[in-house]
Ligand binder design. Sequence first.
Ligand SMILES: C[S@@+](CC[C@H](N)C(=O)[O-])C[C@H]1O[C@@H](n2cnc3c(N)ncnc32)[C@H](O)[C@@H]1O
Length: 273
Amino acid sequence: MPPTILHSPLPLTSDCHHYTDISQVPWDIQKYYHQRHSLFHLYSSSPSSPSIHLTDAAWFGVTPEPVALQIAHDLDPPSSPTSSPTTIIDIFAGAGGNAIAFALSGKWSRVVAIERDAATLACAQNNARVYGVYDEVVWILGDSFEVLALLRAQGRGKGGVELSVLLEDMAAESTVVFASPPWGGVSYADRDVFDLSAMEPYNLAEIHEACRPMRHVLFLPRTSDIRQVAALVPKGKGEKVDVVQYCMHGASKGMVAYIPAAGEQDAEETSGS
Ligand SMILES: C[S@@+](CC[C@H](N)C(=O)[O-])C[C@H]1O[C@@H](n2cnc3c(N)ncnc32)[C@H](O)[C@@H]1O
C-alpha cells in the first residue's frame, strides 16, 4: 500500500498493550518495563483513558523521554532563506517518543511522523494524545523510504494527491529528517565498536543516501564507529558533523549525529554518477 496520510487515529489492536503489572509482561521486556516512567513520565499518570500503549517490539526501541526532550531542545529548525514552513520528519516514528518531543517543543511549523507498522503507529498516535499533541503531528502510515523518494521527486509518484500536496510544500532547505532506525536487535550492545555498515535492516549508507538532500539527524548506537559518521561530511563545504552522546544516569543511551544537507554540487555529482 502506498504511504497514506491519516486523518483519524488507527485503532489500538491486541498487539498494543498498557501493562500494569510485571506478571503481564513478557520476560524479555521486563527490564524495560521497570524503566517505564523514564520512557514516558505519563506512563501511569491517570487511570483514565487513554494511557500509554506499546507493542512488545516497541519497548526495545523507544527513545527515553528525557533523551527525546533533550534532542528536541538541541535541534533548531533551519533559518531558511525561503518562507517555506519548517518541517521535521521522523521517518521511524515507532511508539512516538521522538515525534511527541518534537511536537512538544513547539519549534516547528510541522511535525511529520512516518511508521510502517499499523499497530505501532496506533500506539504512537495514542501516546501523542496522552501528551496532548496528537493534533500537532501529521501521521503517515507507510514506508519512509517511499516517502523520501517521493519528496525527492517533489511529490510526483504514486503517493496519492494529498501526500503529493504535502511534499510539494516542503523545501529541502527548511526540512530536517530525524531517523531513529532499528539497530539490528540488542546484540549491538555486545560490540566495542558498532559497524554501521552492518546495521540491519538499513545500514548507515542507505539511510544517509535517502536523506542527504536535507539536513538529517541520526540516532545511532552509542558505540557507533565515529569514522563512518565523519565520512558523511558533505564534500567541499568546510562542513562538520556534530556528534553528541545522550546520557541518563551517567550512561549513554545513544549517539546522535547532526549531518548537514548535501551541497547542490554534491547532490548533482551523485545523481549523475
Ligand atoms: C527504533 S524504532 C523507533 C523508535 C522511536 N524513535 C520511539 O521513540 O518510539 C524504529 C521503528 O521504525 C519502524 N520502521 C522500520 N522500517 C521502516 C520503514 N521503512 N518505514 C517506516 N517505519 C519503519 C519500525 O517499525 C520501528 O517502529
